[in-house]
Design a protein around this ligand. Structure first.
Ligand code: AMP
Length: 223
C-alpha cells in the first residue's frame, strides 16, 4: 500500500504503527535519504541540497533508491510506502515495476489534513536522529531558539532534532510543491479504483483505526 498525503499529515507516524500491526515493511523515501545523509554518502549529500530547499529530489536519484528497497522484498511480502510516489512519473515507474512481479498495489490511503493544521504541526515536529520517529513537542517544552535539549525519542531513546526542512521557509515551499507536483497523482490512483480518503485530523489511534478500516474495505469478500 501507499500512504499518501501532504507533509505533516502523519504518514510517518501511521506507517510505523501499521508496519508493526500488519507485520510488513515500512519504506520511507525521506528516511532513506536521511540515512544516506547521516552516513555521509554522495547520494545523501546530493539529496540534502534539494531537501533543505523543500523541493523534490530528482527522479533519477529517488526512483532507484526506493525501487531497490521494494524489489529487495519477496514478491508476496507486504510493504507500506510513505512519501513515494510524489509525482506522476514515480507512480508510473512503480506500477510498471510491481506489474512485472504480477502484484500491484492493493490500496492508496490519502490522509487529508487542512493546510493551517499542517503548518502548526510541522513547526512543533521533532524527529529522532536514530529511528526517525516523529514527535510533536509543545512550544513550552523547547529551549532557546527552538532547541529540544532534554527530549529523547519515546520509541528508542535517541536524540530529537528539528529537521532543517521543518523550518517555516522550507515548510511553505514543501506544501507548494505538494500541491503542484504530488496532488495530481491522486487522480492516477482514483482512475485505478484503489484510492481511499481518511481524515487525518484526530488522535493518532483514531486515524490509525480509519486507515485500517480503509484497508479492510479492500479485502476480497469472505476474508
Ligand atoms: P519526507 O520525509 O517524506 O517529508 O521527505 C523529505 C524530503 O525528501 C522531501 O521534501 C523531498 O525533498 C525528499 N523526498 C522524499 N521523498 C521523495 C520523493 N518520492 N521524490 C522526490 N523527493 C522526495
Amino acid at each position: 500500500m501507499v500512504l499518501f498525503g501532504p507533509p505533516g499529515a502523519g504518514k510517518g507516524t501511521q506507517a510505523q504503527l501499521l508496519a508493526e500491526q500488519l507485520k510488513v515493511s515500512h519504506i520511507s523515501s525521506g528516511d532513506l535519504f536521511r540515512q544516506h545523509l547521516q552516513q555521509g554518502t554522495p547520494l545523501g549529500l546530493r539529496a540534502s541540497e534539494f531537501m533543505n530547499r523543500g523541493v523534490l529530489v530528482p527522479d533519477e536519484v529517488t526512483i532507484d533508491i526506493v525501487l531497490d528497497k521494494v524489489l529487495s522484498l519477496n514478491a508476496e511480502d507486504g510493504f507500506i510506502l510513505d512519501g513515494f510516489p510524489r509525482n506522476r512519473n514515480q507512480a508510473e515507474v512503480l506500477e510498471d515495476a510491481l506489474m512485472r512481479r504480477a502484484r500491484g498495489l492493493d490500496k492508496v490511503v490519502y490522509i487529508q489534513v487542512p493546510e493551517p493544521e499542517l503548518v502548526k504541526r510541522l513547526a512543533g515536529r521533532y524527529s529522532c536522529r536514530q529511528c526517525q520517529a516523529p514527535h510533536s513537542i509543545p512550544k513550552e517544552s523547547l529551549g532557546p531558539e527552538g532547541s529540544a535539549p532534554d527530549l529523547t525519542c519515546q520509541r528508542c531513546g535517541g536524540e530529537l532534532y528539528q529537521r532543517p526542512d521543518d523550518r517555516p521557509k522550507a515548510v511553505q515551499k514543501r506544501i507548494q510543491v505538494y500541491q503542484d507536483e504530488t496532488l495530481p497523482v491522486l487522480s492516477y490512483y482514483q482512475d485505478r479504483g484503489i484510492l481511499a480518503e481518511v481524515s487525518g485530523v484526530d488522535k493518532i489511534e483514531c486515524v490509525n483505526h480509519r486507515v485500517l478500516e480503509a484497508l479492510r474495505a479492500s479485502e476480497p469478500a469472505g476474508c
